[in-house]
Write a protein that binds this ligand. Structure first.
Ligand code: NZQ
Ligand code: ZN
Length: 385
């Protein structure tokens, strides 16, 4: 096992009716900016629950954060913060709203001209941020218990991740009941996103981390068992609760501690979203199976173990078991209604392969546990998608 350090300062409040606890979590003297998305919270009762819990607080609102949140929108919230003198941010929504809030919390304290360039491109460490908390409404990103975010920039068609310990939420309220209202497409996106987060932390080479690997594989098994239940009955509380906790634990870094990671599916997926606007979950479902095939030799031991433990594959030869595991993963995605080919989204694979190869070449980047997913490999992978 590799050395590691771990500190997650987020207070997690999980379960039914927990939004009412907001007033125990935020100081009454704070001026709050409540940040939300395109309006789902006004249709499913979450907005009313938050307003009720925060009656008597000094509260300003900023709505309109879009899926794959845009820098341009975030900067409008920064302007409002500067006008209003806000000192606490409350994100109410999915991963996009929370990621945007994390970026806004840093950008509001950044004094230079271009916060995107500073935080996302030059990875300058901004050393102050407005504290934030959240009511997370979509199980997918794990953003409720991690220090990352992903922000897009319309002007340049970019979508890039950032990390800062200053943006760990002070608290995250996770009430599975608020997910009863999720459209099927978002439920499925969230399940696939969680599945792929686990894959990117588990499926590399083995450095003897049996506990972390066991957690990872149990998350995958739980997703496979619970997914059909929520699709059959969107108000199945227990299944929604299990899926939400899988999503949180899928990216709160526990399964990655001391292990070797590979975020190349995400890095290629982000480019597909940046160029073609497809959902984050959709982009991952397209890339993962072909990337695993392309990198099968280096990942065969862990893929075979996954195949045997999660899908009951009995094939004794690792490379063959790895092939079968990849097929089973794609079958699982398809079984819950997720399409896994670029053509399903009317995207030309050759064009996507060329665009993303050129971008990776220009940035001079290579991903994967051994740096093998470079521009040329991304081209090969996408050509097969
Ligand atoms: O905007 P509103 O109206 O709220 O509607 C949203 C949006 O249209 C809707 N929704 C959310 N909760 C709902 C609901 N509808 C009904 N009932 C509810 N309870 O769902 C739509 C999608 O929401 P979004 O927040 O975009 O989805 P998600 O949580 O999947 O977030 C995706 C973003 O997170 C980034 C992705 O790249 C993408 O930009 N990621 C963030 C990560 C992180 N912070 O660690 C890691 C991930 O890998 C991921 O990259
Ligand atoms: Zn993701």
């Amino acid at each position: 096992m590799n050395n590691f350090e771990y500190c997650c300062p987020t207070h997690v409040i999980f379960g039914k009716g927990t939004i009412a606890k907001l007033n125990k979590l935020i100081d009454r003297n704070k001026k709050i900016l409540m940040i939300y998305g395109g309006g789902s919270i006004k249709k499913n009762g979450v907005y009313e629950q938050v307003k009720k819990a925060l009656e008597g607080y000094n509260l300003v609102e900023f709505g309109g954060i879009e899926p794959n949140p845009k820098y341009e929108t975030c900067m409008k919230a920064v302007e409002l913060i500067k006008q209003e003198g806000v000192d606490f941010l409350l994100a109410v929504g999915g991963g996009s709203t929370l990621d945007a809030t994390k970026f806004i919390s840093l950008a509001a304290k950044y004094n230079g001209d271009d916060a995107y360039d500073a935080i996302m491109i030059r990875e300058e460490q901004v050393n102050d941020a407005i504290p934030l908390g959240d009511v997370i409404t979509l199980p997918a990103t794990g953003s409720e218990m991690n220090n990352g975010g992903v922000i897009s920039r319309l002007a340049t068609d970019e979508k890039l991740p950032f990390h800062s310990d200053l943006v760990y939420p002070k608290f995250s309220i996770i009430d599975p009941e608020v997910t009863f209202s999720l459209p099927v497409r978002q439920t499925v996106n969230g399940i696939v996103d969680t599945f792929v987060h686990v894959m990117e932390q588990y499926c590399t080479y083995d450095v003897n981390t049996p506990l972390q690997d066991g957690w990872a594989l149990t998350i995958l098994k739980t997703l496979i068992e619970e997914a059909p239940k929520v699709l059959a009955n969107p108000s199945d509380y227990d299944a929604r609760a299990n899926i939400f906790w899988c999503a949180t634990c899928g990216l709160n870094y526990w399964i990655a501690l001391g292990a070797v990671q590979d975020w190349s599916t995400h890095m290629i997926g982000h480019e597909l979203t940046a160029f073609y606007g497809i959902d984050h979950g959709q982009s991952l479902a397209i890339v993962l199976p072909r990337l695993l095939k392309n990198q099968k030799v280096s990942k065969s031991r862990k893929l075979a173990k996954l195949g045997r433990e999660v899908f009951g594959i009995t094939e004794p030869v690792d490379l063959k078991a790895a092939d079968l595991a990849i097929e089973k993963i794609e079958e699982f995605f398809n079984s819950i209604g997720m399409k896994t080919k670029l053509a399903d989204y009317e995207i030309d694979s050759k064009e996507a392969a060329e665009k993303i190869r050129d971008r990776f070449t220009k940035r001079n980047v290579a991903f994967g546990e051994k740096g093998a997913v470079n521009a040329a490999a991304a081209y090969e992978i996408l050509s097969e998608c």
